[in-house]
Ligand binder design. Structure first.
Ligand code: URA
Ligand code: ZN
Length: 387
């Protein structure tokens, strides 16, 4: 079959693999899956944080059953998905259990992807690829994490790793992570950075607003803070070829990047620490397009484009350059419709946002990049299909 010119590729889509769900069911404190009874009805609920609003959320097969993922993809015209374990990964486990489970779950994910159907019209590709897990918890030897990276590199359908914001306990600006960044960069794995903890929930007041404030604000601010700290610690200067993909379009980083740059320039402790203006580093990062609005995506794209102007202090800004670092995602199985519907509004709005981006709406080739071709390039699969 001829190659599809405009495949749709989802880089932000999660699974709780059956073995991980079993681990959560066996627990008595968050994160856990528990049976929840409301009158006559009993359902399984996922509680990922202590004190989570509204008693957690209902979970079912869409969280672990591969057929449900494939059906969701078919329904939304998605050709390939890069599937990652959902939060909170292995963060809550003691070191030895985190190491064993990381290894087993990585093998399970490789199998989940390797046995998926061929991607129709995309010669030699599967429908599913994955981001593996690393045992990123305190007390695991860094050398064991490096070994896990080398093992992941040997799994053909694992193309990256998903990571929260805690590193091995002290955050992503911990210099103890340098051998890990080094190994990931050498292995050419993509790092998907995803939030879990949000911000201090006292900021959200006492009204029950469901999950709105932690998801819409807490998550993106957690990512914003984690990546800013990583940049300030010089990780992107030391590892310029590291490929970091930021969840939820980088949170507030694009919007706050000039303010951050100015604060850096006026701070005697930080002013001369980095090789470049902070805005330069946005051009070194990748952003999912999970922002739900066309204007927001154009804004992100423009701040990425602008990064080139801060390279060696000059250069012109091409407003669509940034679209080469934006990648479609869905966040499935989260954000299901509240009422039965064939297509999920959360997905439809992200697709419409990409197609309606001011400045990109009249350029189908840039839309095709964001919808799928950028992902195939980032994960080194593009040339296999298109040359
Ligand atoms: N809620 C989560 O806990 N994780 C996601 O990725 C999205 C929503
Ligand atoms: Zn997500």
């Amino acid at each position: 079959m001829a190659n599809i010119r405009h495949p749709i590729v989802d880089v932000h889509t999660h699974v709780y693999l059956p073995q991980y769900a079993a681990e959560l069911r066996a627990r008595t404190s968050a994160p856990r899956i528990l049976n929840w009874t409301n009158g006559v009805k009993t359902e399984e609920r996922l509680l990922i944080l202590d004190g989570e609003p509204s008693g957690g959320r209902p979970v079912g097969p869409q969280y672990w059953d591969r057929d449900e993922k494939l059906e969701f993809m078919r329904r939304h015209g998605i050709n390939i998905s890069f599937v990652s374990s959902a939060n909170p990964w292995l963060d809550f486990l003691p070191a030895d259990r985190a190491q064993t489970l990381a290894h087993e779950l990585n093998n399970n994910l490789e199998e989940y992807c390797a046995t998926s159907p061929p991607a129709e019209g995309l010669s030699g590709l599967k429908t599913l690829y994955g981001f593996g897990l690393l045992p990123l918890v305190p007390d695991v030897e860094v050398s064991a994490i490096v070994q896990a990276i080398e093992y992941l590199k040997s799994l053909p359908h694992i193309r990256g790793v998903i990571m929260g914001t805690k590193g091995i306990g002290k955050g992503l600006d911990d210099s103890a992570l340098d051998p890990i960044w080094d190994a990931i960069q050498a292995a050419r794995l993509v790092v998907f950075i995803h939030p879990h903890y949000g911000v201090d929930s006292t900021a959200f007041g006492e009204n029950d607003n469901g999950h709105v404030l932690p998801l819409a604000l807490g998550f993106p601010f957690e990512t914003t803070i984690a990546i800013t700290r990583l940049i300030l610690s010089g990780v992107l200067d030391r590892f310029p070829d590291l490929r970091l993909l930021l969840a939820h379009s980088g949170g507030a980083l694009p919007q706050l990047s000039s303010r951050l740059a100015s604060c850096i320039q006026h701070d005697p402790i930080v002013a001369n620490r980095l090789k470049h203006d902070l805005r330069y580093y946005l051009g070194q990062l990748y952003f999912d397009a999970v922002a739900y609005g066309p204007e927001e995506l154009t804004f992100v794209s423009r701040t990425i484009s602008r990064a080139s102007a801060f390279k060696n202090g000059g250069g012109t800004v091409d407003p669509v350059v940034g679209s080469s670092r934006l990648l479609f995602g869905t966040d499935h199985p989260f954000f299901p419709p509240l009422e039965a519907s064939q297509k999920w509004p959360s997905v439809e709005s992200n697709l419409a946002a990409i197609r309606g981006m001011p400045g990109v709406d009249s350029k189908p080739e840039h839309q095709a990049n964001i919808l799928g071709l950028n992902a195939l390039r980032l994960f080194d699969l593009h040339d296999q299909v298109y040359t």
